[in-house]
Design a protein around this ligand. Structure first.
Ligand code: SF4
Ligand code: SF4
Length: 87
């Protein structure tokens, strides 16, 4: 195996360990409920302040981006996380 393909393999391995989770900017969230309604995994809920958050369940957010695309306030970011991390 030459070094270029070895580097490529290592890059693929690194990327396969990365997933995404939806994070809310509370200063932008207007509590409209759109992300809560449309999240296919039903892991978007309102917190005690009425802001939408992603909860941790056995179904982890893989960053499908439905909430990200539907939020008209641009309040949601997809944060890259390492699958092996505990975030
Ligand atoms: S769609 Fe955006 S503004 Fe509406 S509840 Fe979700 S994060 Fe908040
Ligand atoms: S990215 Fe997809 S799975 Fe994750 S919270 Fe948003 S809608 Fe739900």
């Amino acid at each position: 195996m030459n070094s270029a393909s070895k580097n490529l393999q290592e890059k693929f391995k690194e990327l396969s360990n990365i997933t995404y989770t939806a994070v809310t900017d509370f200063s932008k969230c207007i509590s409209c409920g759109t992300c809560v309604k449309y999240c296919p995994l039903k892991i978007r809920v309102f917190n005690s302040e009425g802001k939408a958050i992603t909860i941790k369940t056995s179904k982890s957010c893989g960053g499908c981006s439905v909430c990200f695309k539907r939020c008209r306030q641009n309040a949601i970011s997809l944060l890259p996380i390492n699958r092996k991390s505990k975030i």
